[in-house]
Write a protein that binds this ligand. Structure first.
Ligand code: ADP
Length: 538
């Protein structure tokens, strides 16, 4: 049995370790995956935030252009040249657009054709004004943008910077020496706007993160123009970027060869991303931990049950030993008495016959009690006991029990009875309730040295009536106090049982007390004595 239990324990330990290791393995795996998802969410959020910034920028450029072009001091003239100039016979006539602003007129009118013009007009909507259409078109037609900004004298505001203008003007590598398209990202940050823009970018980034259920602090940095990605570093102490780094880039002026000179970077570093990732996995992790705990509990429960079964098995063995002993003694006594009657002609001696018969009768009563006890336990084991409740006079019942106990006790017994609250009667099953009290009384006598000194008190406690039986006997060790009401449990006294018993009495008492709606409790101290209290409702 012990070896088997050991094997079971080892197997359980192995499988538990396996389960825990696998849970950890899968949790780590899940972490890696979630971390990747988190990373891509952050990158997408950054890109969208930057897109929104760009859109804002274009919107503001649009507003400025439309406002300036709509000003009464700007005059826009659109005329169609003669048929001769149109190759397709008027199908798609060319438009000449000239501007005058405070009296200065552009020398070369800007040329486009009707279809193109209408295309941009339709793009805005049917109510589009001429300044609106021209502004929209300038976003796609660089020459028009150049014309407009130069004409309005706001080219510096439109273009990245003075250095960039100079660079483009003097750089032969730029195709066609054209102005860059705002649509493709003329988005420069004049130094004084940098702070405002980084605030805006930060706000958009926060919003985009929130849309993706990420609530983590970050550091955002917009460096100066012309700084390459490699040189782009946070200052010491700003972030733990060496560990984790997220960055989004605003690629600007991508059409031009030396893009690193004009590439703007925006970079965000999430602080403690591990924490944010773990926070997102909280439910899964908790469930996983709960599962592990639950499994551990199940295993613990199995081991405990096995142990209990083992203990019960041992108790049953003890019980059988005890029972054999208890059954054998009266049987042997009766056998001897009958033999005496038969062999020694005791029949002729009425006094002797009487004595032998009385002995046999006493022993038979003991046997009968024992069998009754076992049968009672068997009955309550199967919940077969039905209580027949009746009104019982307390004093009468107690006197009856005390007399019976004194009669059968094999030692000198003194029993004092005190009905402290003058309790008149109780409603209970006379047979079983009486038996329960008798069991406790029996134990008090059994586990006391001669002369046994026993006190019975009956009193009220709230709406309960308590029957208390105290003795000055050997007492019960604290470790066993909680278990004496279990079936077969006896306080071990080494291998010798100087006091005989089955270990069933108190379990029967407990069952009967509870069946009456009450309970049984015990207070005891080794070598001082014990007190059993059976309470039932009034
Ligand atoms: P038993 O037939 O062994 O008396 P019980 O169920 O009546 O079985 O009691 C269980 C155990 O509790 C006893 O074996 C004994 O060790 C302990 N016990 C019960 N009553 C007393 C008492 N009054 N004093 C000391 N020990 C007691």
């Amino acid at each position: 049995m012990k070896r088997k239990l050991k094997i079971v324990l080892i197997l359980i330990a192995i499988s538990l370790t396996g389960i825990v290791i696998f849970q950890i393995y899968w949790s780590l795996n899940a972490y890696t995956i979630n971390k990747k998802i988190f990373d891509s969410k952050v990158i997408v959020a950054m890109q969208l935030a930057m897109d929104r910034c760009k859109k804002d920028y274009f919107d503001s450029v649009r507003t400025v252009l439309v406002k300036r072009l709509s000003d009464p001091s700007s005059v826009i003239t659109i005329d169609t040249p003669s048929r001769v100039n149109t190759p397709n016979n008027n199908v798609n006539p060319v438009l000449n657009i000239s501007f005058s602003f405070h009296g200065s007129v552009n020398s070369n009118p800007f040329q486009t054709n009707v279809n193109t013009y209408n295309y941009y007009k339709d793009m805005i909507g049917h109510k589009a004004t001429v300044p609106e259409v021209l502004t929209e078109m300038s976003f796609y037609v660089p020459t028009l943008m150049m014309e407009l900004t130069t004409f309005l004298g706001i080219d510096d505001a439109m273009h990245p910077s003075q250095e960039l203008s100079t660079f483009i003007k003097t750089h032969p590598g730029i195709p066609g020496n054209k102005w860059p398209l705002p649509k493709e990202g003329i988005y420069a940050l004049p130094p004084n706007y940098k702070q405002a823009d980084s605030l805006k970018l930060s706000r958009y980034f926060t919003e985009e993160l929130q849309k993706r259920n990420i609530d983590a602090p970050f550091i955002l940095s917009l460096p100066n123009k012309g700084q390459s990605e490699q040189n782009f570093n946070f200052h010491d102490g700003e972030t733990n970027e060496n560990v984790y780094q997220y960055h989004g880039f605003i690629f600007l002026l991508t059409h031009y060869t030396r893009q690193d000179e004009f590439t703007l970077y925006a970079k965000a570093a999430i602080r403690n991303p591990q924490y944010a990732v773990i926070k997102g996995m909280m439910i899964t992790l908790l469930l996983s931990a709960l599962l592990v705990l639950f499994t551990i509990f199940c295993f613990y429960y199995i081991v405990r049950t096995i142990n209990q079964q083992k203990a019960l098995g041992e108790l049953k063995d003890d019980f059988i030993n005890n029972m054999t002993h208890e059954l054998k003694t009266p049987i042997a006594t009766i056998t001897v008495a009958i033999e005496g009657l038969q062999k020694f002609n005791a029949l002729n001696d009425p006094e002797k016959t009487q004595r032998y018969l009385q002995t046999s009768r006493n022993e038979l009563t003991k046997l009968n009690e024992l069998v009754g006890k076992v049968l009672d336990v068997a009955a309550f084991e199967r919940d077969k006991i039905t209580l027949l409740k009746e009104k019982i006079q307390v004093d009468a019942l107690m006197n009856e029990l005390i007399t019976a106990e004194k009669a059968k006790a094999a030692k000198t017994v003194s029993i004092t009875y005190n009905n402290r609250d003058r309790v008149d009667y109780i409603v209970a099953d006379k047979l079983h309730f009486g038996n329960a009290i008798l069991n406790v009384l029996d134990n008090a006598v059994k586990y006391s040295n001669e002369p046994a000194d026993i006190k019975i008190d009956v009193y009220r406690d709230g709406n309960m009536i308590v029957f208390s039986v105290s003795d000055k006997g050997m007492g019960i060790p604290a470790a066993h106090l909680g278990r004496i009401f279990e079936k077969f449990h006896r306080v071990p006294t080494g291998n010798v049982h100087n006091v005989k018993g089955t270990g069933l009495g108190l379990s029967y008492v407990k069952y009967i007390a509870e069946a009456h709606g009450g309970q049984v409790t015990v207070k005891s101290e080794v070598n001082t004595g014990s007190q059993f209290m059976i309470s039932i409702p009034m």
